[in-house]
Write a protein that binds this ligand. Structure first.
Ligand SMILES: *Cc1c(COP(=O)(O)O)cnc(C)c1O
Length: 418
């Protein structure tokens, strides 16, 4: 009997499997904490998203910061993905995965001249420019290299994405992008600069957005700007609508279909005659990965039960950083009664909590549990805090696990301290 949790993550006769491999077996073979991704799940989520936009010429640029393992990027590259990057490190990763530079966009409020130079040399599709000063820096670097830089401005459409404040990026008070009012003047300036070629427009209003209408609200505002630019003879070829489509962190709730997002923006972009760029991150990788961790100790106080596990906030930061919800399930399905418990890590911080006051089946020391929806902003946000080596990463492909990043060792911790 199969009980699906997320596509390619399911209980088979009560035993948790990821694309045909038992979670217990993965934990045994590779140790814990362990990040596990399913190739088929990556393919599923990519196709679900990309397919929703098939009626328009478009590029789905995977947001590398959500899950940047080069082997994961390779899987997506094979499906035709480009890359949305925010640093030279991410461009380096994307190129290493074989992603065509002409499918790479580069955003970020603080691009250094050396980063701009690297990206220009590699011939990326466009820079998503976030300030006037950056514009002049790109022009100068481009002149030195003798290579024209294709650019878009990241505009801030000032819509409330109705998500967590830390991941809202399109509000008036946010540091990102330029305002709609500034934009026309900036495009004029860009046109006058010899080493710049304004070819696109970009916005990204936030992350984990579950209200599709906010995308339309933003797209309409940006489309009006594009019409104005077209009337000034500034040809905008690429309409980059960013990422941000949310996922269901609770498997009991259905995900918002990507077609709901498409409905909001495709008609607008079609009318403009632009090519569409999308930058989904979480939506592709989030529910394609889990974090496996072992319960080390169980601690019971009056009315309080703690499961102390071997993954901490250094391995998965989202719960402590954003108070984010991650669903947790045992590797072996239980029919036992549930009990309210906190799942906590070994880090010396009170905030090292993976789940608070969670209704969980009674679990035992030594058991493996899976923290779900950990494929996005999981490993990429992991740190060595408390001098903990970062976890290994495994990609399951057709029932076969492949180690795609070795677990860090104690020697790794001091390898650069000489
Ligand atoms: C983080 C980010 C994304 C991806 O966001 P998701 O919510 O993971 O889809 C896309 N574009 C830019 C510019 C970003 O900073």
């Amino acid at each position: 009997m199969v009980e699906e949790i997320y596509p390619h993550i399911y209980y088979q006769n009560g035993i948790l499997e990821i694309e045909g491999v038992k979670a217990e077996k993965l934990a045994e073979e590779f140790g814990t904490p362990l990040y596990v991704y399913s190739r088929k799940a990556l393919e599923y989520w990519f196709s679900e998203f990309d397919g929703a936009f098939k009626e328009l010429p478009h590029i789905t640029c995977f947001a590398v910061k959500s899950c940047s393992n080069v082997h994961v990027l390779k899987v997506l590259k094979e499906l035709g993905a480009g890359a949305d990057t925010v640093s030279v490190g991410e461009i380096f990763r994307a190129l290493n995965a074989g992603i065509d530079p002409k499918k790479i966009v580069f955003a970020g409020v603080g691009k250094r001249p050396d980063e701009i130079e690297y990206a220009l040399e590699k011939g990326i599709l466009m820079f998503n420019v976030e300030s006037e000063s950056e514009l002049y820096t790109i022009n100068r670097v481009a002149e030195n290299l003798g290579k024209v830089a294709p650019i878009a401005f990241r505009v801030n459409p000032e819509v409330d994405p109705k998500t967590h404040p830390y991941i809202s990026t399109g509000l008036k008070e946010s540091k990102f992008g330029v305002t709609l009012e500034e934009a026309v003047d900036l495009y004029r300036k860009a046109r006058e600069l010899k080493w710049l070629n304004p070819i696109g427009i970009h916005f990204h209003i936030g992350s984990q957005i579950t209200e599709p209408s906010v995308f339309k609200e933003a797209a309409v505002k940006v489309a009006n700007l594009v019409k104005e630019l077209h009337s000034l003879g500034i040809e905008i070829e690429f309409f980059d609508a960013g990422g941000g489509l949310g996922i269901n962190y609770n498997p009991a709730e259905p995900p918002i279909p990507a077609t709901e997002l498409a409905k909001q923006i495709v008609p607008i972009v079609k009318e403009l005659g632009c090519k569409l760029i999308l930058e989904p991150g979480r939506r592709i990788s989030g529910n394609a990965g889990v974090l496996l961790t072992r319960i080390i100790y169980k601690k019971e106080r009056e009315n309080k039960l703690f499961y102390i596990v071997d993954a901490g906030m250094n391995d998965l930061a989202r719960p402590s950083l954003y108070g984010a919800y991650h669903h947790i399930i045992p590797a072996t399905l239980k029919v036992s009664p549930t009990k309210t418990a906190d799942v906590v890590g070994p880090i010396c911080e009170t905030g090292d909590i993976l789940a608070k006051d969670r209704e969980l089946p009674l679990l035992e020391e030594g058991e493996i549990i899976a923290i779900l929806s950990a494929g996005a902003y999981g490993f990429t946000m992991a740190s060595n805090y408390n001098s903990r080596p970062r976890p290994a990463e495994v990609l399951v492909e057709n029932g076969k696990p492949r180690l795609i990043r070795q677990r860090e060792t104690l020697a790794d911790l001091i390898a650069r301290e000489f």
